[in-house]
Design a protein around this ligand. Structure first.
Ligand code: ZN
Ligand code: ZN
Ligand code: ZN
Ligand code: ZN
Length: 408
């Protein structure tokens, strides 16, 4: 290469090689030179390229895989992009309708987008500082901006009135045209996809959305394609048919609604991500619930699988709270003593798991405790006391004593 390329052009040759090794298109540089009226420089570059390519073709098998998701998104956007230009170009015009200009504008639109995408790299490389930082890396956004620029260029006098641009009528009209174009297959999706792919490759000079690998043999290429980050994949999670670019596997997997994941509340279950929210607020054993004695003042919140344990562990506290509610005028000490004594009826009390049933059990126990006391107070106290063990005595007589207090 060195001997054929004149010294004066060596710099172009090096620059060309640099551009192509980074996946840039030399055309961008040529267009950039032309845009600055440096025609001589542009044609020098073209000559140098021809010489280099004749002499040294380099690896000639390109991997042409690309990010199909984003190219599809771009292809989708082309239709409303064109419809907007058609509407703004003919609004208020009694002789021309959007449908009438659609064919011509479509041709112009494609040419415009292609040209803008080809000179995009050169335009971006001369941006510095803040402007460069502001420039988007997202091919969809870049091409959507080109489409907006095209519609702006095509606006007629009426279309330039700001009221029209913001009006709902305009939005409706654009939607109608898009629908018409879709129904009449005016611009088929596969043709738009092909254009989108070219535009994508032109603006994605960093190779983030398309593959820039080249190979010497078809065998090498085939080997690469099997593991290329841009090959298309279908999600392996059962029930999910999402197709994505291999490089996005992790991103999809982290959000796939069909992915089986362990419960977010750390119960022992694993389930589909899309069922997680419902599980966590319904049958998850780790769902946090209020103590059923909340209304009598127990502030505890516990995982529902440990609720029974809490009710068991807090029996005395719950009993006391229920007693406090039904015997408002009794002293705190008396109620405390009564609650302690009622603990010997733990099997009856344990069956009561909420305020209502515990209140009923307590009423029942109080009634039973009151009976022997009633007979005792009729006279045979000493006999009763001497025949009863100490333990039984406190259990039986004290609650009865409290009960008589309440009645006063
Ligand atoms: Zn590849
Ligand atoms: Zn999936
Ligand atoms: Zn769970
Ligand atoms: Zn409680």
């Amino acid at each position: 290469m060195g001997k054929k390329v004149p010294d004066a052009r060596q710099i172009y040759a090096d620059f060309y090689l640099l551009l192509s090794s980074c996946g840039f298109h030399y055309r961008c540089f040529v267009d950039f030179c032309r845009s600055l009226s440096l025609d001589a420089m542009a044609s020098d570059m073209e000559h140098v390229r021809e010489e280099i390519e004749d002499e040294n073709r380099g690896p000639s098998f390109h991997c042409d895989l690309y990010d199909t998701e984003i190219s599809h998104k771009i292809a989708q956007m082309l239709l409303p992009g064109l419809a907007t230009a058609c509407v703004d170009n003919t609004t208020g015009d009694i002789f021309r309708t959007p449908a009438l200009v659609a064919v011509d504008l479509r041709k112009e639109f494609v040419e415009y987008l292609t040209q803008r995408s080809e000179s995009f790299v050169a335009e971006t490389t001369i941006l510095e500082g803040d402007l460069a930082a502001e420039a988007s890396d997202d091919p969809y956004e870049i091409i959507a901006d080109f489409a907006d620029d095209f519609a702006t260029l095509k606006r007629n006098l009426f279309g330039r009135i700001s009221g029209w641009l913001l009006s709902e009528k305009r939005e409706d009209k654009i939607d109608d045209i898009v629908q018409e174009m879709e129904l009449s297959k005016f611009w088929a999706i596969d043709r738009r996809e092909a254009i989108a792919r070219t535009l994508l490759k032109n603006v994605d000079f960093k190779g983030a959305f398309h593959c820039v690998m080249k190979f010497d043999t078809t065998e090498d290429l085939a080997e690469h394609v099997a593991s290329c980050g841009f090959r298309s994949m279908i999600c392996a999670n059962e029930g999910c048919n999402t197709r994505f670019t291999a490089a996005h596997l992790e991103k999809h997997d982290l959000a796939c609604p069909f992915k089986i994941i362990p419960c977010e509340q750390n119960c022992s279950e694993s389930l589909m991500r899309r069922e997680m929210d419902r599980h966590c607020i319904t049958n998850c054993p780790m769902k946090v619930v209020k103590c059923p004695f909340y209304q009598v003042g127990c502030q505890s919140t516990v995982p529902q699988c440990t609720l029974k344990q809490h009710i068991h562990d807090s029996l005395r506290d719950h009993v006391l709270r229920v007693l406090q509610r039904s015997h408002k005028e009794a002293s705190a000490d008396d109620l405390k003593r009564q609650a302690e004594q009622l603990e010997s009826f733990s099997s009856e009390l344990a069956s009561a798991c909420d305020v209502k049933s515990l209140t009923m059990v307590l009423k029942d126990l109080e009634a039973r405790l009151q009976q022997p006391e009633a007979t005792m107070t009729t006279g045979l106290q000493s006999d009763a006391h001497t025949t009863t063990s100490n333990a039984e005595q406190t259990e039986v007589s004290s609650p009865a004593h409290i009960n008589t207090d309440y009645q006063n």
